[in-house]
Ligand binder design. Structure first.
Ligand SMILES: *[C@@H]1O[C@H](CO)[C@@H](O)[C@H](O)[C@H]1NC(C)=O
Ligand SMILES: *[C@@H]1O[C@H](CO)[C@@H](O)[C@H](O)[C@H]1NC(C)=O
Ligand SMILES: *[C@@H]1O[C@H](CO)[C@@H](O)[C@H](O)[C@H]1NC(C)=O
Length: 298
């Protein structure tokens, strides 16, 4: 009993049940790197992601169907059933449909086999390629995250990284996959440490990482997170953002990731509209992430 009490206070105290999806497919290496990173941090993670590349599928949601061809990278044989899992790792599930559908199956079908109740958090990505402003409307990474928020009231974070191309799960792990996974685990840990509710109702976070290469931004410690807007503000029309860094106008996420010096953007969105949240909601996230966030250089 004493041991249990102690264990509860040690690093795994903030261990959460997390459902993980993407739009690049269950066998793309980014989602597997993130699985390893979140699992090492003590979380219980279940992957439920499309059988194939579903980039650009947005919020489409249609019933899965039996495969004619193999899953991407030959990760399941042709003729496989509409959804299924890795025979030796039942936490890795594919759904032969869209990203939002795989999030739905993850929450309703696969998660309950491992979780006591609904997942605490939904995480999507890291997407192969950025998801900035209007791209968000077509992004399956955003579609799966906003599905979790809208349909199941599960707080969600979508991660995207500029570097890399589609890579199979069993390839050599690229540097960017490792760096994006570690950064995503750190941001997730910070949000979890801020306590429940992890995010206000209808709110999701859209996070974008800049390029990673051996010569720049190669180490997660090189990065800074900056609160941003998804859509650039229209002067005189857009309401003020939350006041931070001496301004009531947050930088656009594109500006953040394009600033040299390894800046990652964190935007606060409303799942129902996929638009920016207002200053009050941005303020809640600003408070929660606290010193984890920094300002862009002048
Ligand atoms: C994934 O799908 C998108 C949208 O159809 C396409 O642009 C992209 O080239 C595909 N990527 C791969 C590796 O098949
Ligand atoms: C399935 O899991 C096994 C054991 O972890 C692994 O060796 C194999 O590569 C995995 N295959 C896929 C497609 O996930
Ligand atoms: C900000 O957004 C929230 C959530 O939609 C809403 O409840 C609140 O009234 C809004 N606040 C202002 C000042 O518009």
């Amino acid at each position: 009993m004493h041991l249990n009490l102690l264990m509860g206070l040690l690093p795994f105290a903030h261990s959460l049940n997390i459902i993980s999806s993407n739009d690049d497919g269950w066998a793309e290496i980014n989602i597997r790197s993130l699985y390893n990173s979140l699992t090492s941090a003590g979380h219980s993670v279940v992957i439920s992601a499309p059988a194939d590349n579903q980039s650009g599928a947005g919020s489409l949601n249609t019933p899965p169907h039996k495969l004619i061809l193999p899953c991407e990278f030959n990760s399941c044989p042709s003729g496989s059933s509409a959804y299924g899992h890795n025979a030796s790792q039942p936490r890795f599930n594919y759904v032969h449909s869209h990203p939002a559908t795989s999030m739905q199956y993850g929450i309703n079908e696969f998660g309950p086999k491992f979780f006591d109740g609904e997942p605490h958090l939904a995480i999507t990505g890291p997407n192969v390629g950025s998801n900035l402003d209007v791209e968000i409307f077509f992004s399956g990474t955003a579609g799966a995250a906003t599905y979790a928020v809208k349909e199941a009231s599960i707080p969600a974070i979508a991660f995207s990284g500029k570097s890399g191309k589609h890579t199979a799960w069993n390839d050599h792990e690229p540097l960017h996959s490792r760096v994006y996974a570690e950064l995503s685990t750190r941001l997730t840990g910070q949000l979890i440490a801020s306590g429940t509710p992890y995010l206000p109702p209808d709110v999701w976070l859209n996070v974008n990482y800049p390029d990673v290469s051996a010569s720049s931004c190669a180490n997660p410690d090189d990065f800074h997170f900056v609160l941003s807007r998804m859509f650039p503000a229209v002067p005189l029309i857009t309401d003020d953002d939350v006041e931070t860094c001496g301004s009531k106008h947050l930088p656009s996420e594109r500006k953040v990731v394009d600033t040299s010096g390894c800046y990652a953007s964190v935007s606060v969105g409303m799942a129902s509209s996929k638009e920016d949240a207002n200053a009050t909601m941005q303020g809640v996230v600003l408070e929660k992430l606290g010193s984890f966030l920094t300002c862009l250089p002048d």
